[in-house]
Write a new protein. Structure first.
Length: 438
């Protein structure tokens, strides 16, 4: 019994002594190790065309490594920042990241709260990260090859909203819902090839919301899927996606996307087709409500019609006026026309409160003393009106998609509503509710 206690006491003394020696060695060697770690991270960033800056590097016993004020400039206006990155060893290597933010062009940012990842294979050619906190459901794996590397990102029941907060200029842009799927990347010396197959339940979009007076809100939950293969060729700066398939708000989208001259003056060639696009579902998913002026009952099953749309866009996004857009729209009207639209088929009195007064009711009927037949309107006045409001009035069926890309790009670059794309038909349909003539 005496021998056993003595051996146990010696074991504890040995463990304490070993811990003290390790701690002392870490204390003495930490300045050299910290310098080496900083140099290794900065040189690796330069090798991949980025710039890394670290406020503080600390090497110790617990945590093994701690980086404070970590910034990575990826170029093209994309920057990654993390307040703290710490590596520990609770039986296996674990990486904790606190307050990470990915900032991109046009005011877009992606923020993540405190996360923890289990790491494996860091000293070999393969690396695997598995998300532990705030939830499971995401893994990232890298495999190294003699002429490149391959990355695989896989999500299973991942609540994207808990992990990522996507905003533009402090306003919510998207809530990814519950995501399942994978992204595969294969990098070589001349190209980056990718395969994307992801779906999300309960995703909410806010990109089309226009609540100028209030905080922009996300739209109704919807299912979203996207699947495509493609390649980014570094020589020439070209991205080619021969086929893309997606579903959103009940509509099915397919087409192809090509981007050229990305390093100089990007040129886009986009061909997309949308089948069974339900306008009521699209408005709801985009954070927009059907205009009250349509006179539709609140809460009722709204039918605003649907459409099949084919559109081709070519040109330089940096110069919206250079974009060439061709369109084909097959519109299916609602089974029951909204009351405000149905009234436009007969005589009515139009009242407007836009702009400064006074406002005079307008009698829209053949019996009005102000009625002038279109054939009697001076052609110069008609051309001037269409030039200012709707140049393609006689060439479209109420919606002119040729103006949409230029309007979206202009408004996106200026951060607000600077250019519209509505037609005269849309302006009339969205106007004040007309008063029918008795």
């Amino acid at each position: 019994m005496f021998t056993f206690r003595t051996r146990r006491r010696r074991w504890w003394l040995g463990a304490i002594a070993a811990a003290l020696i390790v701690s002392l060695a870490a204390l003495l060697l930490s300045p050299m190790l910290e310098h080496a770690v900083r140099a290794r991270i900065e040189s690796a960033a330069v090798h991949h065309g980025a710039v890394a800056r670290i406020g503080l590097v600390h090497v110790g016993v617990w945590p093994l490594l701690r980086l404070e004020g970590f910034d990575l400039d990826l170029g093209h206006g994309v920057r990654l920042h993390a307040d703290v990155i710490a590596a520990t060893w609770p039986g296996h290597l674990r990486l904790a990241v606190r307050a990470a933010t990915l900032a991109g062009p046009a005011g877009i940012s992606v923020r993540s709260p405190a996360t923890a990842w289990d790491m494996a294979g860091i000293f070999g050619e393969d690396l695997q990260l598995t998300l532990v906190e705030p939830q499971a459901g995401l893994s990232i794996r890298k495999r190294a090859y003699p002429v490149g590397s391959a990355w695989n990102i896989e999500a299973r029941g991942l609540d994207v909203g808990r992990l990522l907060d996507v905003r533009r200029d402090a306003h919510p842009l998207i809530d990814g819902g519950i995501a399942d799927g994978r992204v595969d990347l294969q990098a070589s010396t001349d190209a980056l090839r990718f395969h994307v197959d992801i779906g999300a339940r309960g995703a909410r979009l806010g990109a089309l919301a226009d609540n100028a007076a209030d905080e922009p809100q996300l739209g109704d939950p919807t299912e979203v899927t996207i699947r495509f293969d493609g390649a980014w060729r570094r020589i020439g700066g070209t991205i080619e996606i021969p086929e893309v398939h997606a579903t959103v708000a009940g509509g099915a989208l397919s087409g192809s996307i090509t981007l050229r001259d990305l390093d100089t003056d990007p040129v886009v060639d986009l061909a997309l087709g949308m089948q069974h696009l339900d306008f009521a579902q699209l408005l709801g998913a985009s954070g927009l409500a059907a205009p009250e002026s349509l006179g539709m009952a609140s809460g009722a099953g709204r039918d605003l019609g649907s459409a099949t749309i084919d559109v081709r866009v070519r040109g330089r996004p940096a110069d919206p006026a250079s974009l060439s857009v061709s369109q084909k729209i097959d519109f299916r009207p609602p089974r029951q026309m909204p009351p405000a639209i149905a009234r436009l088929r007969g005589d009515f009195i139009f009242r407007s409160e836009d702009g400064l007064g006074p406002h005079r009711p307008i009698d829209v009927s053949l019996a009005s003393p102000d009625f002038i037949a279109l054939r009697d309107v001076p052609p110069l006045f008609v051309r001037t009106l269409l030039l200012a409001e709707d140049t393609g009035f006689y060439r479209h069926r109420g919606i002119d998609l040729r103006e949409l890309p230029a309007a979206l790009l202009t408004n996106w670059s200026r951060g607000g509503a600077a250019r519209g794309a509505s037609t005269i038909t849309q302006q009339l349909a969205a106007g004040k509710e007309p008063v029918p003539v008795a």
